[in-house]
Ligand binder design. Structure first.
Ligand SMILES: Cc1ncc(COP(=O)(O)O)c(C=O)c1O
Length: 429
């Protein structure tokens, strides 16, 4: 390994995230040099483009121009609906009926006749009274926090909550507390302390239905009880598990018997529902109507297109039918096979069976090198390195689809194990 190659195995995005200096453009130069060298060395596993649909086998192009074919464990089309004939037909019908563009914010005239049926069916699916749709899941997370919370309120968040929620809290909120991941004792102490000193302001507690780096979930009943006790409001982001988990596609809330029993739910359609889009749901009409006027990404961003709305609505119907249940069962079988094969190879797997299988490699160097080899082994997989995960806990974040075959999972497990082993040997040499 030469010096440049070694340098590309070092450093992280964190080194470039707090740039200073008067030359706004110039100060981004060091980052370009570092990331370009990683791309040149095929050690940059990000910003890849599909050259074919995100099926279980596909072709991608790296940013350095190289193209690879392989079995795809890097797409979040968990129920394999993105190319489903019924979903494509719904999209085509919507284009014919409404055109391709919403041409306005949902707060003005961007909705179509499909919008209300989708919001209603989604609320019913979540066992909530009301739902509001956003252009993306990111917008929903950012919009619900900034729409409802005022500067003197408290935001208490799981330290691993998604970037859309974390970013919202950085906008001048002074009362922000992060609690260690899923540590409900710590959450209880924080809530107790806040309420002992402040009875005037609201508290929002934020967690996820399925944490995508660790494939785990908190005890929602315990969290909701704590929130009720301290007059706090619980928000659960169900982006990854809604539709893809639970007997009826109600996610981990359904699996824990908590559908309709937490204060606020938000999520994304960008995983299981084959489209961009997001939502917030709850039992309070006033909260939803308030968000329509005071949640910036709803009010001031173009609404979901008619095509997106039709795709999500048809996907939601499918999720609720027998076919949805069969696809979820297949998905979990695939995830279990992948998990057990990786464990047989001595690889540490995190969390519980879900569409996400986090396979730990240890250092960023190992995962970068293993990912470089994996391209040639016919497997496409995303990696998570520091600071997205703690230092020394870099991992492949494998995403399973219901259309994967058992053979696909075996190929992936064998290749990943071989590539991690090879990377470790090379680094030890
Ligand atoms: C937990 C979580 N919340 C929200 C989002 C944002 O969703 P979207 O992709 O629809 O913007 C994501 C997507 O990465 C996510 O993983």
């Amino acid at each position: 390994m030469d010096d440049k190659f070694n340098a590309s195995l070092q450093g992280s995005l964190l080194d470039y995230s707090h740039l200073t200096g008067a030359d706004l453009f110039g100060r981004t130069g060091d980052f370009l040099a570092w990331s370009d060298e990683r791309k040149r060395q095929a050690l940059w596993p990000f910003t890849r483009a599909h050259l074919s649909p995100p099926l279980t086998h596909c072709t991608i192009r790296e940013q350095n121009g190289e193209e690879y074919k392989g079995v795809n464990f890097a797409s979040q089309d968990y129920l394999s609906l993105a190319s489903h004939p019924r979903i494509k037909r719904a999209a085509i019908n919507a284009i014919e009926e409404f055109g391709v563009h919403s041409a306005g914010s949902a707060a003005l005239m961007g909705s179509t006749a499909l919008t209300q049926p989708l919001a209603r069916l989604l609320a019913e699916h979540l066992q909530m009274e009301h739902a509001i749709l956003y252009p993306t899941g990111w917008a929903a997370g950012f919009g619900v926090v900034t729409g409802l919370m005022r500067k003197s309120d408290w935001i208490v968040m799981d330290s691993l909550a998604h970037a859309c929620l974390q970013t919202a809290t950085r906008l001048g909120y002074k009362n922000v507390k992060l609690f260690p991941h899923n540590a409900l004792d710590a959450l209880g102490e924080i809530l107790h302390t806040i309420r002992a000193g402040d009875k005037e302001n609201a508290i929002l507690v934020v967690t996820e239905g399925l944490f995508s780096m660790d494939s785990d979930a908190p005890d929602f009943a315990a969290m909701q009880a704590m929130c009720t006790r301290y007059q706090a409001t619980l928000l659960v982001d169900v982006a990854h598990d809604l539709g893809s988990m639970g007997p009826n596609g109600g996610g981990n809330l359904e699996l824990q018997g908590m559908l309709g029993k937490v204060d606020l739910v938000m999520g994304s359609f960008s995983k299981t529902f084959a489209s961009n889009g997001g939502f917030v749901a709850c039992n309070s009409k006033s909260v939803i109507e308030y968000l329509r006027c005071f949640s910036s990404p709803y009010t001031f961003s173009n609404a979901l297109s008619p095509v997106q709305t039709a795709i999500i609505l048809e996907s939601l119907h499918l999720v609720r039918e027998q076919e949805g249940a069969e696809r979820r069962a297949k998905l979990i079988r695939n995830a279990n096979t992948l998990r057990s094969r990786l464990v047989e190879h001595g690889i540490e797997i995190l969390g519980h069976p879900s569409p996400i299988v986090p396979a730990v490699c240890s250092s960023d160097q190992v995962v970068r090198l293993a990912s470089r080899h994996l391209r040639h082994a016919g497997v496409l997989a995303n990696v998570a390195e520091f600071p997205a995960v703690p230092s020394g806990r870099a991992r492949f974040r494998l995403q399973v689809m219901s259309d994967h075959t058992e053979e696909d999972t075996v190929i992936a497990a064998n290749a990943i194990a071989a590539c991690i082993g090879r990377a470790r040997q090379e680094l030890a040499a």
